[in-house]
Design a protein around this ligand. Structure first.
Ligand code: NAP
Length: 350
């Protein structure tokens, strides 16, 4: 029997998520039985989409999969763990695994369990937590939206919102690799500086600035060919104004409404008709269900990770007791790149 701390959803947030919506509980995890394995979580992923599963937001998706988190139960998210005791011949002790059993320190994996997934990391990359950013659904999202949804071409001007976030920062780099002029928007001057200095974008802007539209227009007199929209609201409206005829707007998310916010706009949708714009909404789940396609995506991302072509900045909080604060701070824009919680150290198992 081992003690494990887990984070539960105590109440559905009304407005921005707060510490009072979470509860840190300690439970006894039983020893694994035949066909079971005990997993110690090492890293967990904090992401914006989790907020929609907590409920009570504008982007509440109660009627659509994935299912909302249950109250008073540990929440779920992607996590990287290590098998530390096993009675499952498929999961030898020491194996690193990826699962959606995050928000807890330890768990027993009982083979097939409804709604839970666990995958062996056959060839773990370094650092391990890269399996929660570039070598994960987020890297795949950036790749899929830039290359297969936007189908960007060399020489095009691409505007990426939430450019300093996990998915956005990788999308910026893939658009750069594709030979595009890339501009990004983000929520603070510190992140604007990071986008210019570390990612080398052609231009970057703080979207809180009152003159965003004019600033982008001045930086891109040729207009915008592709806008990757993670946020909706005012930025989407500004993009519609600045798009070139036949431009493509690719909708990835709607973060401005996730945390109890109300999106205002866009109020200029008729321009989509006048300019013959394409507005496309997709989900990465569309390709996750196609293993052969995913293999190619991860081969490409793995190469870019290994040779340093794509860099992912990490914002790391230590300990499961700080996971709720990490979620709050992600939605408050305090992360640069991937928000992670380091839950534990790997065991030195021979
Ligand atoms: N369609 C798909 O298949 C798919 C797959 C993965 C992710 N997504 C979507 O992609 C988006 C980014 O997700 P992520 O996990 O990579 O998160 P992330 O970008 O690492 O972090 C979230 C960021 O959102 C920004 N933000 C927070 N509140 C905001 C607001 N009110 N208005 C505008 N921006 C706000 C903050 O950056 P700033 O400081 O720059 O504002 C924050 O850092 C989410 O909308 C998510 O749902 C979609």
């Amino acid at each position: 029997m081992i003690k494990s701390r887990e984070v539960r959803l105590k109440s559905r947030p009304i407005g921005p998520v707060a510490l009072e919506n979470f509860e840190l509980a300690t439970v006894n995890v039983p020893s694994p039985q035949d066909g079971e394995a005990l997993i110690k979580n090492l890293w967990m992923s904090i992401d914006a989409g989790q907020r929609t599963l907590m409920g009570s937001g504008d982007a509440d998706i109660a009627d659509l999969p994935p299912k909302r988190f249950e109250l008073n139960e540990p929440m779920e998210c992607q996590a990287i763990g290590q098998v530390i005791e096993s009675h499952d011949s498929n999961l030898p002790v020491g194996t690193f695994v990826s699962s959606n059993f995050g928000w807890r320190e330890y768990f027993v994996f009982k083979g097939k369990q409804d709604g839970f997934t666990l995958t062996k990391l056959e060839v773990p990359v370094s650092p391990l937590q890269a399996h929660l950013h570039i070598m994960s659904v987020y890297g795949a999202t950036a790749y899929y939206f830039i290359t297969q949804c936007a189908k960007v071409q060399a020489g095009e001007t691409v505007w990426i919102s939430t450019a300093a976030g996990t998915t956005g920062s990788m999308a910026c780099q893939i658009a750069q690799i594709s030979g595009c002029k890339v501009i990004g928007t983000t929520g603070s001057d510190r992140k604007v500086e990071w986008l210019m200095e570390e990612l080398g974008l052609d231009a970057a802007f703080n979207y809180h600035a009152p003159d965003l539209r004019d600033a982008i227009k001045a930086a891109c007199p040729e207009g915008i060919d592709v806008y990757l929209d993670f946020v909706g609201g005012h930025q989407l409206e500004t993009a519609i104004d600045l798009m070139n005829p036949q431009g493509r707007i690719i909708k990835v998310g709607e973060t401005s409404s996730y945390d109890g916010g109300k999106t205002d706009g866009p109020g200029n949708l008729f321009q989509i008709v006048l300019k013959r714009l394409d507005l496309l909404g997709r989900s990465v789940f569309d390709i996750l269900a196609q293993p052969a396609r995913m293999e190619n995506v991860y081969a490409r991302l793995g190469k870019w990770h290994a040779d340093g072509t794509i860099k992912v900045q990490e914002t790391v909080y230590e300990g499961i007791e700080n996971a709720a604060q990490a979620q709050i701070d992600l939605l408050g824009g305090k992360n640069i790149g991937k928000m992670l919680v380091k839950v534990g150290e790997p065991e030195n198992i021979r």
